[in-house]
Design a protein around this ligand. Structure first.
Ligand SMILES: NC(=O)c1ccc[n+]([C@@H]2O[C@H](COP(=O)([O-])OP(=O)(O)OC[C@H]3O[C@@H](n4cnc5c(N)ncnc54)[C@H](OP(=O)(O)O)[C@@H]3O)[C@@H](O)[C@H]2O)c1
Length: 245
């Protein structure tokens, strides 16, 4: 596959890029720090034992004017794009976001509005020949919850958009894959206390690559979160108001 990744410099995205590189897919890495992108590309080439990264292209989710040119550069480097994977996102605690509304506005914009705009550009590059748009949302978007009211709202909007996009374009050949991780041990969650069923990036990456290969529309990962969220989605509002999670 020819794959474009936004967010492969860290965490879950880096683990996905490593799996794809090892199986021989051709990659273009998009991200906001050119030096970091270069280091990530070199690491992937060494792991694969040959050149797998066709290009690295600057792209910052804070700057939507750069989305189309970045995807066009990726398409030029790859010939055609089979899959676009978005793992990039912003995170801050509920307390930090409540204390700083400019920080809150920025997170909501990056995680929802700008991610959706990036996906709308990606859809245009994928649709002519079909392909897969895989975006990492979160279990935090499934239910309004006290510790993640604001971050969760950004992911709820993203999940709803991805579901609608899948309904609208699946028959035209576009597969939309929405990944909903539970807690994963990455730099995003550094310093937070891992709950039961906390996952590792490599484990989540395997689930993501399998979902892309199968075109699975929604995947909870690691797998116990599917059952955890099955219960949480059904808890009465009165119970949700009393509990701490
Ligand atoms: N970790 C969890 O427990 C968890 C749970 C549920 C959902 N998720 C979701 O999983 C995805 C991956 O998270 P992670 O844990 O792997 O996070 P991470 O380790 O912090 O990696 C985040 C990635 O996003 C990139 N990024 C951040 N802001 C960006 C911007 N403005 N423009 C372009 N790239 C940007 C980072 O690039 P830099 O290298 O430049 O910083 C990095 O590559 C996110 O969508 C997150 O919301 C994570």
């Amino acid at each position: 596959m020819n794959v474009v990744l936004l967010g492969a410099t860290k965490g879950i995205g880096r683990a996905v890029a490593r799996l794809l590189a090892l199986r021989g897919d051709r990659l273009v890495l998009l991200g906001r720090d050119p030096e970091d992108l270069g280091r990530s590309a070199a690491d992937l080439d060494v792991r694969a034992g040959r050149s797998v990264v066709a290009a690295t292209v600057p792209c910052d989710l804070a700057d939507p004017a750069g989305f189309e040119p970045a995807l066009a550069a990726a398409a030029a480097a790859l010939g055609r794009i089979d899959a676009v994977i978005v793992t990039a996102a912003d995170f801050a605690t509920q307390e930090a976001l409540e204390a700083d509304l400019e920080r809150c506005r920025s997170l909501l914009t990056i995680n929802f509005a700008h991610t959706v705009v990036f996906c709308e550009h990606a859809r245009r590059f994928l649709l002519p020949h079909g392909g897969t748009l895989c975006v990492v949302s979160s279990v935090a978007g499934d239910r309004g919850r006290k510790p993640v009211v604001l971050y969760g709202a950004s992911k709820a909007g993203l999940s709803a958009y991805l579901e609608g996009l899948d309904h609208r374009y699946r028959s035209a050949g576009l597969k939309v894959v929405c990944i909903k991780p539970g807690f994963v041990k990455t730099s995003m969650t550094a310093g937070l206390r891992p709950p039961p069923f906390a996952g590792e990036p490599a484990q989540v990456a395997r689930d993501i690559v399998r979902a892309i290969d199968r075109g699975t529309p929604v995947v909870y990962t690691p797998w116990p979160w599917r059952f955890v969220m099955h219960v949480i989605r059904r808890l009465p509002r009165g119970v949700m108001r009393r509990v701490g999670f």
